[in-house]
Design a protein around this ligand. Sequence first.
Ligand SMILES: [Zn+2]
Length: 636
Amino acid sequence: MSAFLRNGAVLSKLFFVAILFSAGRIDAQTPLGPIRVEVDETRAPQRILHTHLQMPVKPGPLVLYYPEWIPGEHMADGPIINMAGLKFTGGGKAIAWRRDLVDMFAFHLDIPQGAGTLDASFDFLSAIGAGGFSSASSETAHLGIYSWNQVLLYPQGARTDDVMFRASLQLPAGWKFATALKAASENGGQIDFAPVSLTTLVDSPVIAGEYFKVVPLDPSTPLGTSDTSSRRVEADLVGDTAASIEIPADLTQKWKRLVQEADAMFGARHYDRYHFLLTLSDRVAHFGLEHHQSNDSRVNENSLTQQNSIGVVAHEYVHSWNGKFRRPAGLATPDFQQPMDGELLWVYEGLTQYLGYVLAERSGIWSESYYKERLAETAAYLDTEPGREWRPLADTATAAQVLYFSPGQWTAYRRSTDFYDEGWLIWLDVDTAIRELTRGAKSIEDFCHLFHGGESGPPMVKPYTLDDVVAALNQVAPHDWKAFLGSRIYQVTPRAPLDGITRSGWRLAYTDAKNEFIKTGDGDRVEAMSSLGLRVRARDGMVNDVILNSPAGKAGIGPGMQILAVNGLRFSAEVLRNAIRDSKTASGPLTIEFQNDDLVKTVPLDYHGGMREPHLERVADKPDLLGQILAARARR
Ligand SMILES: [Zn+2]
């Protein structure tokens, strides 16, 4: 998954993790045949989905689960709160249900004698709003993104690999669709899919809409195998307008290169076919969610003309190898109810962040300068983050299941899901160390070929442990990798791991010049964490985050306060930026007037450092390893 939490998006909803493992679990009923799930999406534009399930049952007690731990979301965020109208019938009669007293995702039923089939139906109340990843806003008047975990129940005790589902979907009239599932038949908006396991079904969302386009990216390139199946790759676009899915020809070329660059990086494909499912809408939540044979990425309506925001698809594509094919053992759970152990998310997400961004640059979707500016901003933020004085990176991974929904205030002190961005720095560190240890003979790609490559084939999961990662690194370049990773990830590190940047021939430097990546977010915020120690919402001066031991923090400014004026001028983003820039030559302090509830206060900030925007600067006497890392690999 890729989320955009650090830079201002505030997910403030309180989040409670349901208590699991109710006392007195009863014996599971093994399903006797495929479960049918028929979903009616014809009212999706009204934000309601109707589902009807039919499953073979035996008389006696039965427990049904609503999926709770959603793969790729790394937490217990199954949207059970949006289930309504739940009803069961069997043998022609209504069957009463009772929710488990402590497991909110479990329903107890008693199947009467003579009932061989259970019918269940409910509505899914589709959310409006940005919080909650795949459960957040997923439908508009023109399109829908359908996640099967939202609209089904399955029997307790069944491994999701073992229980088979036969799914069907009724779409609004005239809408077209895409998914990694194989359609068995299609008739007037009614689609019947071939039976698949529950694992595959939940791993295969459907996008559909009025404005729809298929972009073939790679018709047939079997890799690393004699297998003649096509392993076809395509992008499927839905948007809120006809213009939103008009893809510029050069972006199609870059996207095709992304597929080629990933082939060069991994040397095998672990899917039968792959669909980039891309939704272009300002009305749905924005994030990316990985699947084995597809990804569900949701971006702004105009993103095809703002190509930096398409970088998310490179991250999600890498997950087909790193996250889906190779998965930390703690995240490879047998069903959707068992809690996940996220400790190795610094590999699952951190390495994906590193490889995904490298691929975004090698394919041309990101420019080289954008990559470097974004890396500089990331390194600068992490290096000034006060939370690293108390919380090791590994703990941000272990606590991911609560950190994804942590409030936006005091993020730098609390730390957020830093295993993504700090993973970028750490795997750059690993890549440059491999290059140095092997005198340029090997790189992270040798690790990727070893760890994620092998024979091409259909989806499968190969779980791993930390020892497996260390062993593979040692096979590429013998070194004390356990100590290398341990000191960076499992210990408290007051400074960010910047060795990868310096080893690659660059250093982090601060100047008054605008950072290209920060500039892209300028509409939303004034980023002054490296100078005054605060981040402010651009439109109204609301303080989003503060570093306690910074000029702003020391002056008593905190998150939730509102800046009213700077140096006596009414607040605007420009006024604040100008004041910070001019602080270098100002004789007196910078003054800020702010409102804290009903109190208004003016404070002097003794600051004369200017904007301090982060950039990468070349170290003259060192080889440019970063340039080598960013060079395209695939033959053109
Ligand atoms: Zn991810």
